[in-house]
Design a protein around this ligand. Structure first.
Ligand code: PLP
Length: 355
């Protein structure tokens, strides 16, 4: 794929935030990658341009029928100043899965990966070196054809924007309080839960706000049919250590196939610990807690890597996990995954790509 590159003169580039000034998702780098799609022509006009506003017709189909998908991954700066990506092609492949589900065009993963690498080389000074910090990468695709009527659009825009982000745990790696909702559901079998599509996140906000108003950090979703099987948490997959077993819900069609989830399963396998992918009810989790068998609960996702859970609240009852303390497995996974992602620890899976 030919990429046109139009870079900003140094004098017009933004100052780069350091240390505590690194937030999450409010400051974007100087450039972005953009390409367009027209039915019959395919993807075209791939370019790196300065970060700027788009202009769309008010009838652009994304505004009305929600054909919008995205991804989230990170670039990390290693101690040797090299820049590393973690399983980037898996994110692009997952975006194609989302595109297929939402009746949007797919793309050649290798070509778009090359475009991403070119963008990152242009913006490499934006990859922060502070402990735990990274450059968050947001590939996005939307339907831009102007027209009303529910059908697949004939025109799309694909873009990648970048935002430097600070450490997810600036005050330390502390367990979170989770609210288990039986009032709302995130996704239904046969629906779009496996796609990383904007509507899934819009649909989750009410439950998240209600949970936060009651002092909880995240919502744990149950399955939509029985309202008893655990699905996932906020923007994370979830794992339970009960007795000697490590359990995570199966990818049954309504949860997102997390790349961190898959990495955790493989890393635990490397340690000689197998993970059982099976349905698990919230009642089983509470019963295990009552029997003293619920040793750990943790979430897995790109943003937090590992998020230990200190307590779960369900139907007016709270259960503590490991006395509210981070468990040994969560702690070791957090350290090892971060070391792998920053190129500090060798790995045998071919996950880490040096820019
Ligand atoms: C709904 C949902 N589940 C799980 C995850 C975790 O996925 P990953 O590990 O690929 O970041 C995410 C984050 O992308 C998410 O949005």
């Amino acid at each position: 794929m030919n990429i046109a590159i139009e870079t900003l003169p140094e004098a017009l580039r933004k100052p780069k935030p350091q240390g505590k000034a690194l937030g999450f998702g409010s400051l974007f780098t100087d450039h972005m990658f953009v390409m367009e799609y027209d039915k019959g022509e395919g993807w075209h006009d791939a370019r790196i341009t300065r970060y700027q506003n788009f202009s769309f017709d008010p009838a652009a189909m994304v505004f009305h029928y929600g054909q919008a998908i995205f991804e989230g991954l990170k670039a990390y700066r290693g101690a040797d100043n090299n820049i590393f990506l973690f399983r980037p092609k898996d994110n692009l492949a997952r975006m194609n899965i989302s595109a297929t589900r939402m009746c949007m065009p797919t793309f050649a993963v290798d070509e778009v990966f090359q475009c991403l690498q070119t963008l990152l080389r242009t913006e490499q000074d934006w990859v922060p070196d502070a402990q735990g910090a990274s450059l968050y990468i947001r590939p996005t695709m939307i339907a831009t054809e102007a027209g009303l009527g529910v059908r697949p659009a004939k025109k799309y825009l694909f873009f990648i924007i970048l935002t430097p982000v600070g450490a997810y745990y600036p005050e330390g790696f502390n367990p979170v309080k989770i609210f288990v909702t039986d009032k709302y559901v995130r996704a239904v079998p046969g629906g779009v839960g496996t796609a990383k599509t904007a509507g899934n996140y819009a649909a989750s906000i009410t439950a998240a706000v209600e949970a936060q108003q009651q002092g909880f950090t995240q919502v744990l979703w149950l399955d939509a049919v029985h309202r008893k099987y655990v699905e996932e948490v906020g923007t994370m997959n979830i794992f339970f250590v009960i007795g000697d077993e490590i359990i995570t819900p199966p990818l049954g069609g309504s949860i997102l196939a997390g790349i961190t989830r898959d990495s955790v399963i493989k890393l635990l396998g490397d340690w000689g610990r197998s993970v059982v992918e099976r349905p698990i009810t919230i009642d089983e989790v509470f019963a295990a807690s009552a029997n003293g068998q619920l040793h750990e609960v943790f979430g897995t996702g790109t943003a937090a890597v590992i998020s230990p859970v200190g307590s779960l609240f369900y139907k007016g009852t709270s259960c503590a996990v490991n006395n509210g303390k981070t468990g040994a497995i969560a702690q070791r996974l957090f350290t090892e995954l971060q070391d792998i992602q920053h190129g500090r620890q060798p790995e045998s899976h071919g996950w880490v790509v040096k820019l």
